[in-house]
Design a binder for this molecule. Structure first.
Ligand SMILES: CC(C)[C@H](C(=O)O)[C@@H](O)C(=O)O
Ligand code: SF4
Length: 417
């Protein structure tokens, strides 16, 4: 019987044929908790009478939102979580490795066919590895810590066939922003997006992670990139085993099939204050920016930094008056950027390069905006107040557009640099 990837994954995990709409109790392959939402999950686990977690090897803990601790309560949360990890024998990456989603992926903790949950909405990022991965609340996570399983309604799927070849300085972030603009912030609510097509399969893992990461910005429960050779190589290199082959069937019951061609796509920008307010860069070119942030789980990988550095080229300095903050998504990505000389280039050009963390993405730890200020950010959300004052404005774009805008002090089409 024909099935979507999501239906196949739930059928495999439940040991019987299930279809979209079925409510199932499914085992969870891995569960991720971080410094912000982890403490509540741990408390709920205790309130449920939890003594030992179901399997410490399946739990991934790390701190990334408020690191190094930016307040005494944050430091206390860290201590609380460290103790729990020690008691339970959970591997705690602490604040040493980077942003949660990048760390889960690069440690090979996500693979095709797995069900992964995390107490963070961008857990959908691991769909880049062919997993069914979704963000859950801390209360649900308390249950997962105890029982290793969770109730799910198997979602309907939307097939996204992406073809064509990106033009110069246009890439995965422009694609996903255009999809969010087209589908809308609630256009895919509780569906699994299944990404396939030539342009997806030509994309490296970094680009696929950028796309899967923003599935939640359309309301999707998960965003799964059909696994292929690129997925296999990435996962096999990290796990030492051949991952599962998995594809949706041509005659599966998709709620919708959408086709896109990226060939003529221009750089895209999400304008304040919603992620689905997406326009061509030309429509906002010339808008003055006070801060440019290159980083986050959406675009803080080596490939993103290289794209930005490519636009910077041999220019001496970023524009006067623009604060450029660059944050590699993990220690691994930071080291790659260091070894390739990218960090040196950014610093020479006047950027602040910070250690891996969420940084200004959520307006948490640092890099906040004052009323009236404008930020151009490679992250995934531009809601009012997201990066500081509710009177500030956040534009979202690709690393190439961010670098071009940092060079000129105003939103700039990277193809013109
Ligand atoms: C802190 C966390 C709950 C939150 C999320 O779930 O996404 C954050 O990571 C974000 O990006 O807004
Ligand atoms: S980088 Fe931003 S979007 Fe990603 S987990 Fe951190 S706060 Fe959330």
């Amino acid at each position: 019987m024909a099935a979507t990837i999501a239906e196949k994954i739930f059928s495999m995990k439940c040991g019987r044929t299930v279809r979209a709409g079925d409510v199932v109790m499914a085992p969870v392959d891995a569960a991720m908790i971080h410094d912000i939402t982890g403490p509540l999950a741990v408390r709920v686990f205790g309130e449920m009478g939890g003594k030992r977690v179901y399997d410490p090897d399946r739990i991934i803990m790390l701190f990334d939102h408020q690191v190094p601790a930016d307040s005494i309560p944050a430091a206390e949360n860290h201590v609380f979580m460290r103790r729990f990890a020690e008691e339970q024998g959970i591997r705690n990456y602490d604040l040493l490795e980077g942003v949660c989603h990048q760390v889960v992926m690069e440690k090979g903790r996500a693979a095709p066919g797995e069900i992964i949950v995390g107490t963070d909405s961008h857990t959908c990022t691991y769909g880049a590895a062919g997993a069914f991965a979704t963000g859950i609340g801390s209360t649900d996570m308390g249950f997962v810590l105890k029982f290793g399983a969770l109730y799910f309604r198997v979602p309907e799927s939307i097939l996204l066939e992406i073809d064509g070849a990106f033009g110069r300085r246009v890439g995965p972030k422009d694609l996903i922003l255009s999809l969010v603009g087209d589908i809308g912030a609630d256009g895919a609510t509780y569906t699994a997006l299944e990404f396939t097509g030539g342009a997806m399969h030509d994309m490296d893992m970094a680009g696929r992670m950028t796309c899967a990461n923003m599935a939640i910005e359309m309301g999707a429960k998960a965003g799964i990139v059909r696994p292929d050779e690129t997925t296999r190589d990435y996962v096999a290199a990290r796990r030492g085993v051949e991952p599962l082959d998995l594809a949706g069937d041509a005659d599966a019951d998709y709620r919708e099939r959408r086709h896109y061609d990226v060939t003529d796509l221009s750089p895209q920008v999400a304008v304040p204050h919603n992620v689905d307010n997406v326009v061509d860069v030309a429509d906002v070119a010339g808008t003055k920016v006070d801060q440019v942030f290159i980083g986050s789980c959406t675009n803080g990988r080596y490939e993103d930094l290289a794209e930005a550095a490519g636009v910077l080229g041999t220019a001496d300095r970023f524009a006067d008056g623009v604060r450029v903050i660059v944050i590699p998504a993990s220690r691994t990505e930071y080291l790659k950027a260091l070894r390739a000389g990218l960090v040196e280039r950014f610093v020479e050009a006047g950027a602040l390069v910070e250690a891996p963390c969420c940084g200004p993405c959520m307006g948490g730890a640092f890099g906040l905006l004052a009323p009236g200020e404008v930020s151009l950010s490679t992250s995934n959300r531009n809601f009012r107040g997201r990066q500081g004052s509710t009177q500030a404005s956040v534009y979202l774009a690709s690393p190439a557009t961010a670098a071009a805008s940092a060079l000129y002090g105003e939103i700039t089409d990277p193809r013109e640099v």
